[in-house]
Ligand binder design. Structure first.
Ligand code: ADP
Length: 477
């Protein structure tokens, strides 16, 4: 036991395990999505930057070409100056030569220190952020065209194969920030949702564990009110509730049976014991009558024990009925044969009506039902009385009625006569020798066959016991 408890202490709770698992899955998914989107964004952005640079260079060269006046073979120096400076701020050092190789513009010559500072800024930034690019200052020469004719040559010096300016970096940084924040929010969301799901799944299980513990401690009244949308868990909760129900019922029956049996045993045992004591101590003469009275009590006890055995058998056989096709009328005839002597002694008139098709029932059990009902009818009917037995065939059941013109049962007592040890009018029954188990056995057997039993009775007029047995084709249930 200690071992079991120790091993349970070392285990992680289902809630923690589930939360952890959900969180891990969420983390992996978030990480993969972030990684992939980062790679994709960077790749596309690089392509976009390269395209933009090509476009910019093309426009720059075209713009330079526009500054040439072919008629006077001169260049608009002011504009060339402006273009050169703009290009420098964009990260390009520009040199322009005419067709004779004479320099028209050279940004480096114009402002060497500015050129160095701009290029240094770009190189430092790129080497820091894109060390794997292994970039370097690159020089590219472009022909300057005017229509079909070349009017000069432009040389561009820049950080190649491509570089990102300040705005590009800002844009990428903002994008990364958004990605990180989305990942953090998703992680938080996954944590909250994961905990909620884990709680939803684990709560009914935890409650079921608690309930089973309570049951094992003998507290059968606990029930789970849990409602869950998870089918299997709902089934588990329902099954445990059913289990608790049946255990509670069993426990009640057990207690009731113990109480009933001890109560039933007490009276005859006390009587026999006091009689014998008195006789041993010499207070009473051991006369024939007194010894007979003791024997009577003892035979009542034997009878009671036999009845208890029958009841126990009837109740435990509930699940193992041996069904076979039975002709009820024939079975009733065999029961009447057993009781023939008693019927004759009391000068009773017995009448049987109706025929039925065979029905699948347990022969011995139904025999017991008929025997108990007829014994009662004979026992509680005065001499010269009548007993009517009738059968009726229905589509999916058989009706059997046993009616007598006996002493009847009062309305108040009718609801209890099928309970164990219940005897209507106790003083009267002590004389008749009944133990109050016969009808409990009848009730158990009829219920085991899926049937119903009903009583209609009036004091001093008689009683009717109606039994309905459903037809079943299976030979076993
Ligand atoms: P018992 O062994 O006392 O007859 P039962 O369980 O067979 O026990 O019956 C319970 C009680 O129901 C009886 O004590 C009796 O008072 C009443 N009872 C049963 N059948 C009849 C009947 N046919 N007529 C009148 N009373 C009956």
């Amino acid at each position: 036991m200690e071992k079991v408890i120790n091993s349970m202490v070392n285990k992680i709770t289902i809630r923690k395990q589930l939360s952890f698992l959900i969180l891990c899955v969420a983390l992996i998914v978030i990480f993969l999505i972030s990684m992939l989107s980062n790679i994709l964004i960077n790749k596309n952005f690089e392509r976009y930057v390269v395209q933009q640079q090509e476009k910019k260079t093309k426009e720059l060269i075209e713009n330079i070409g526009l500054q040439y006046d072919s008629k006077s073979d001169t260049w608009q120096n002011d504009m060339i100056h402006a273009i050169g400076m703009y290009a420098l701020y964009d990260g390009y050092i520009l040199k322009i030569y005419n067709n004779h190789g004479i320099s028209i513009w050279d940004t480096e010559k114009h402002d060497m220190s500015l050129c160095q500072s701009v290029m240094n800024q770009i190189v430092t930034r790129m080497e820091k952020e894109y060390p794997k690019l292994h970039g370097a200052i690159t020089t590219k020469t472009y022909p300057i065209l005017r229509g079909e004719n070349q009017i000069g040559t432009a040389v561009l010096e820049y950080y190649g194969p491509y570089f990102l300016d300040e705005n590009d970096f800002q844009f990428l940084k903002a994008l990364n920030k958004i990605l990180v924040s989305t990942a953090c929010i998703s992680f938080l969301g996954a944590f909250v949702v994961g905990s909620m799901i884990a709680k939803k799944i684990s709560k009914p299980i935890i409650n079921t564990v608690f309930m089973t513990k309570e049951i094992s401690c003998g507290n059968y009244e606990v029930r789970l009110e849990e409602k869950t949308s998870i089918q299997e868990l709902q089934q588990l909760v329902t099954s445990v509730n059913i289990l608790a129900d049946s255990l509670e019922k069993q426990e009640r029956l057990r207690k009731q049976l113990t109480a009933d049996v001890s109560h039933e045993l007490r009276t005859p045992l006390t009587t026999v014991s006091t009689h014998l004591e008195a006789m041993i101590e010499g207070l009473w003469e051991p006369t024939k009558e007194r010894l007979e009275s003791c024997q009577e009590e003892l035979s009542r006890l034997t009878h009671l024990v036999k009845d208890l055995e029958k009841l126990e058998k009837a109740e435990s056989d509930v699940i193992k009925l041996k069904r076979e096709p039975i002709n009820m009328r024939e079975l009733m005839d065999s029961v009447l044969m057993i009781l023939e002597a008693e019927i004759y002694r009391k000068q009773l008139r017995v009448c049987i009506l109706g025929e039925t098709n065979p029905i699948f029932v347990d022969r011995d059990r139904i025999h017991q039902v008929m025997l108990n009902l007829l014994t009662n009818a004979i026992k509680y009917t005065k001499e010269g009385g009548k007993i009517f037995i009738s059968f009726m065939d229905q589509k999916d059941a058989i009706l059997m009625k046993i009616e007598d013109t006996g002493i009847g049962i009062s309305k108040e007592e009718q609801p209890f006569i099928f309970e164990r040890f219940y005897r209507a009018d106790k003083s009267r029954n002590r004389k008749t020798g009944g133990s109050g188990i016969g009808l409990a056995i009848v009730h158990s057997i009829v219920k085991a066959h899926g049937g119903q039993i009903e009583v209609i009775s009036e004091v001093d007029k008689g009683s009717q016991f109606l039994i309905k047995l459903p037809r079943k084709n299976e030979s076993n249930t």
